[in-house]
Design a protein around this ligand. Structure first.
Ligand SMILES: CC(C)(COP(=O)(O)OP(=O)(O)OC[C@H]1O[C@@H](n2cnc3c(N)ncnc32)[C@H](O)[C@@H]1OP(=O)(O)O)[C@@H](O)C(=O)NCCC(=O)NCCS
Length: 181
């Protein structure tokens, strides 16, 4: 599904964050996040070839933007400080294609409500603006901070799924008035 070209979601704003569409030259700032062991502890650990992998991920997300009209955002404060990333993407998980909300922030910004603020904005984008029937998020069972973000953004635990051969908990939020089940 490619959105109507008149709809532009390149920039999103929350009360405290500016979210901007990823650009090709954002690789370096993202690679620094992916090179941080504290951030990566719940994301599979720091990869040995972090810069090349970041490049591949960014290229994939640029394609996602081109084909869908939404995707990965970099998050900044009004000061310009880089907080982390978040986004909305299509993934195949648990045997189905799902629309996923994802996020990771530099540790100095944890526990200040930023991920919840952005996840809530992305729920609005997915359900009210893109009009998807539902949106999911998933994480390791022990990632209580991420699970809490999902709950605060209105997602509810649905089931366990395998993601890259590791058990994850999958949460879902449906569009108000959409089909139940
Ligand atoms: C997950 C992550 C994005 C959360 O970001 P954040 O901005 O700190 O999230 P918020 O501040 O909006 O909310 C965090 C909530 O988790 C709670 N929390 C934090 N650590 C917790 C823990 N160990 N156990 C239980 N709750 C915890 C906080 O108290 C807060 O809940 P509250 O508002 O009810 O007090 C951040 O920790 C992160 O970037 N982690 C590394 C990458 C990652 O795991 N990404 C998610 C992959 S699915």
């Amino acid at each position: 599904m490619r959105l109507d070209a008149s709809k532009n979601f390149d920039t999103l704003r929350t009360a405290r964050l500016l979210a901007q569409r990823i650009r090709s030259d954002d690789c370096r700032v993202l690679a620094r996040l992916y090179a941080d062991p504290e951030v990566m502890a719940t994301l599979g650990g720091v990869m040995p070839d972090v810069e090349a992998r970041t490049r591949r991920f960014v290229d994939h997300m640029l394609e996602h933007w081109d084909s869908r009209g939404y995707g990965l955002y970099l998050l900044r404060l009004p000061t310009g400080a880089f907080v982390g990333y978040s986004g909305l993407r299509h993934v195949h998980v648990g045997g189905a294609e799902e629309l996923e909300i994802f996020y990771a922030l530099h540790a100095q910004f944890w526990n200040q409500g930023y991920a919840t603020e952005m996840a809530t904005r992305l729920c609005m984008l997915a359900l009210d603006e893109i009009c998807a029937p539902d949106v999911v998020a998933f994480t390791l069972p022990g990632n209580h901070a991420s699970r809490r973000v999902m709950e605060k953004a209105g997602l509810r635990y649905e089931r366990d799924v395998n993601w890259r051969n590791i058990v994850h908990v999958l949460y879902r939020r449906r569009r108000a008035g959409g089909a139940s089940g």
